[in-house]
Design a protein around this ligand. Structure first.
Ligand code: NAP
Length: 309
């Protein structure tokens, strides 16, 4: 029987692990399929407090895990396949093995949102990707025109990173103003290798017949004019979808699937707490996820320490 199982090893999960481990709760942390979470796929994180020169995303997550393990957290590469929260102890199915736990901290994060085009699906990993730091250096993208879709911080970060490899980086955004923070937007628009394509959406990724990306068909949403743009890669950076499908119909969620809390990090099921991007549609920063992980750990510790539990 576990005291606390933490699902997910992003900033939220690992911070919850540090705090619950230091509270002598001997937490078990389950990584899911992406240990370290989405931050491991970014390049330099410039806004995490305490790192004046910035810190590599992978390095930050590795250090967080080491810090949690130093205090006794057990980190296991495993995926939760089912969760029965109908009574305590809660029952989890983890890689085919049953597990029981008194409490759960859900910090499952979020995955990349897709454009929803059939051609996007068919050309996935054949020139369509969701991670510039993972794939940008591939030979197929070197000295070629590349496309980034989106107008947020992620799209700007991807576009900036890709200027190291591509000949030109087209930033296709559905409006005429970036959503990204001002510092990122200014830096992006000042880069001579980045060419913004405003008010436009990608309607098709070419060319499924050739089984590789050769360009995109785009539509100007103001004029309805259609055109094509040659490129060797399409990097989709249009936001995220919370990883909460496991709890459909069991925990309360908003219309976009973000988990809802009742008080602090608590959900409507006593003993189940949430933290990070799976329950935050507003801030979604590494440091806010870490803060939410801390809060969930403290709520969990108090719950276990209260008379009835
Ligand atoms: P985001 O801020 O939600 O931006 C998503 C972008 O994609 C928006 O520009 C949106 O357009 C566009 N979009 C959404 N759905 C679309 C669709 N179906 N077709 C075309 N375009 C679509 O997501 P994000 O950039 O991934 O950032 C997520 C969070 O992480 C944010 O809070 C961000 O600040 C943070 N972040 C921070 C950093 C950093 O500080 N270094 C880096 C990365 C991410 P509209 O603008 O029209 O809505």
């Amino acid at each position: 029987m576990e005291n606390v199982v933490i699902i997910g090893t992003g900033c939220a999960g690992l911070t919850a692990a540090i705090y619950t481990a230091r509270a002598n709760l001997n937490p078990l942390v389950l990584t899911g399929t992406m240990p370290g979470g989405l931050l491991t796929t970014t390049s330099i994180v410039e806004n995490f407090p305490g790192f004046p020169e910035g810190v590599d995303g992978f390095e930050l997550m590795t250090k967080l895990q080491k810090q949690a393990e130093r205090f006794g957290a057990r980190v296991k590469f495993a995926t939760v396949e089912a969760a029965d929260l109908s009574r305590r102890p809660f029952k989890l199915m983890v890689d085919g093995e049953p597990m029981e736990t008194k409490t759960i901290i859900i910090s499952t994060g979020a995955g990349h949102r897709h454009l929803g085009l059939e051609s996007e699906h068919l050309l996935d990993k054949k020139g369509v990707t969701y991670c510039a730091t993972c794939d940008g250096a591939l030979p197929m993208f070197r000295n070629q025109p590349l496309v980034v879709v989106g107008g947020g911080d992620s799209a700007c970060e991807e576009a900036m990173y890709l200027t190291r490899f591509g000949s030109t980086v087209y930033l296709i955004h559905r409006r005429d103003e970036l959503r990204a923070s001002k510092i990122m937007a200014d830096r992006t628009l000042a880069n001579p290798k980045i060419k913004p394509v405003w008010d436009s959406v990608v309607t098709e990724i070419l060319d499924v017949k050739q089984d590789k990306v050769t360009g995109v068909r785009i539509k100007n949403v103001k004029t309805n004019a259609e055109s094509t743009l040659d490129c060797a890669g399409v990097f989709v950076a249009i936001g995220h979808v919370p990883n909460t499908q496991l709890f459909n119909g069991v925990l309360d969620m908003d219309d976009a699937g973000y988990l809802k809390t009742t008080q602090g990090s608590a959900t409507k099921v006593p003993g189940v707490f949430v933290a990070g991007d799976c329950s935050d549609r507003v801030y979604r920063q590494a440091v806010t996820a870490a803060g939410m992980g801390c809060a969930a750990a403290i709520d969990c510790e108090r719950f276990l320490g209260s008379e009835d539990n």
